[in-house]
Every structure is written in C-alpha cells, then in structure tokens.
Design a protein around this ligand. Structure first.
Ligand code: SAM
Length: 249
C-alpha cells in the first residue's frame, strides 16, 4: 500500500498531482506505472485511493477512485508540551509521539532548558521536526499530520494549557498524586483534550511546579525511578492512549 502526502493544492477535483521527491520515489524506487493504485493524503485527515493515469519526469497524474476519512485518528487529543531537549532526543519523542497518536507537540523553553535557540534556529528546528512528524504519519498510516510548533516560553505554555479539558504535569518529586487515579477521573468525565507537560533533562524548577499548582493543573508522579524525559514522554503518552481506549483494534 503505497502512501504519499501531497499539498492540498495538488488535489484538484478528481485529479491528484504527484511531483518532487514523491515522483522520484514512485518512478525510480517503487517502479509504479500508469494503472497502479496509490493512496494519498494531504495531512488534514482525509485519504484518497487513486489510480495513476499518466506520468513523465515532471509529474504523475492520478484519478481519485475513493475518498475516505482515515480511521487511525484517536478521539482523544493529547498535546505534548515538551521541555526542549538536546540533540536527537526531540526527534525520537516526535516520531514515537506521532505513532502513538499525539495531536500536537509544543516545544517549551523552560528555566532549565539547556538548548538556547534564536529565532532562526527555532524556525529551522520546527521545520526539521515537522518533517519528522510528516514521515512518521506516513509510516503509521495516519492521514493527519500532528503539528510541531516553534518553541514557546514556559509562561506562554501555561496560558495555552488553560484551553484544555485537563492538564497533566509530570513531576518526579510528586509523592501523592499518581497517574492511574488521575486518568481514571479523565475517563469517567470523558475528557478528550489533554495537555501533557514533560520537563527537560534538568527537570522543572520548584517555582514552575508551584505556578502549575496555582493554575489547578494535575501534578503527577510516576514512582520512585527517575525517567529520562524521552522515556517519560513516550511511556505516559502510551499509558494515556491505552487508558482512553485509543490503543485498540
Ligand atoms: N529532576 C530530574 C532528576 O532528578 O534527574 C531530571 C528530570 S527528568 C530527566 C525529565 C522529566 O521527566 C521531568 O521533568 C519530568 O517531567 C519527567 N519525569 C521523569 N521521571 C519522573 C517521575 N518519576 N515522576 C514524574 N515525572 C518524571
């Protein structure tokens, strides 16, 4: 099942235009020819089954045979607010987060974020991270590509979190509130839009935790072991998706 992501502008009436890297891959690697079937999505959640009508070295034209809502999308929308991590750790979180069904990823510059990004770096990083999200969506057969925004400040992220039905804030020194109990009340109250905060390598400061407490966010612990940020983000995303019934056939 060959899947391609195209820009919405390349879908015109019942025709789809494939060009650029996709065309090269289609012709030279997959050896697809006129008459073959391909699946195309534009990142919004709709998927198209199409037949290749013609191709040359500039473009391939396909005719839409069927249009359908992609069924891989979770009903629960989780936005991950992730303290920006060094090196390729963000790449891992983005790729695994997309596979697990994350809805959006917002990199956050917290007090202890080591990575310093100027405007240009932020734009470049966001572009690279968005490419990783696109590739992961293509691979795991999602037709919606989760947005990876440019990094924002911690204060901005707290304000944005107010828009959600619930906010889960992972803090390793939280000794009372646990994830299991907290998620149980989310399922009972059918909360479908959740924000999840995970700190950077150095964790959140006490002040950052207090600011979250003042806003009534759910500060939860994951037990006595200190997880790397990428482990915490990926495992808690998995747990949320499982508890909300999104890891199912
Ligand atoms: N302050 C930590 C330490 O003492 O090494 C470092 C932070 S940890 C590497 C990165 C992030 O993962 C934390 O900010 C938190 O969001 C999450 N995390 C890791 N272990 C956790 C735990 N046991 N309970 C809750 N959150 C945890």
């Amino acid at each position: 099942m060959h899947r391609f992501m195209v820009a919405p502008a390349n879908i015109q009436n019942d025709r789809i235009i494939l060009e650029g890297d996709d065309l090269k891959h289609l012709r030279q690697v997959l050896r697809i020819e006129p008459g073959d079937t391909v699946f195309v999505f534009d990142g919004s959640g709709i998927e198209y089954e199409a037949i290749i009508l013609s191709m040359d070295k500039f473009r391939a034209i396909a005719q839409i045979k069927a249009t359908f809502q992609n069924e891989a999308e979770p009903q629960t929308h989780v936005t991950l607010f992730q303290g920006v991590l060094k090196g390729e750790k963000m790449d891992l979180i983005i790729q695994k987060g997309v596979e697990l069904g994350v809805h959006r990823i917002v990199p956050v510059i917290t007090n202890r974020t080591v990575v310093k990004l100027n405007k240009k770096d932020s734009e470049k990083k966001a572009e690279r991270w968005s490419k990783i999200a696109r590739e992961a969506a293509k691979q795991c057969r999602r037709a919606y590509v989760p947005e990876v925004t440019e990094p924002i400040s911690f204060d901005e992220s707290l304000l944005k979190a107010k828009e959600f039905g619930a906010t889960l804030f992972l803090y390793e020194n939280e000794g009372k509130k646990c994830l299991k109990e907290t998620l149980k009340c989310y399922t009972i109250n059918k909360i479908e839009d959740i924000s999840l905060f995970v700190g950077p390598e150095g964790g959140f400061t006490l002040q950052e935790v207090e600011n979250c407490k003042d806003l009534g966010y759910d500060i939860v612990g994951l037990g006595k072991r200190i997880l790397r940020a990428e482990t915490a983000a990926i495992s808690v995303l998995s747990i949320i998706m499982y508890e909300m019934g999104e890891i199912s056939i």
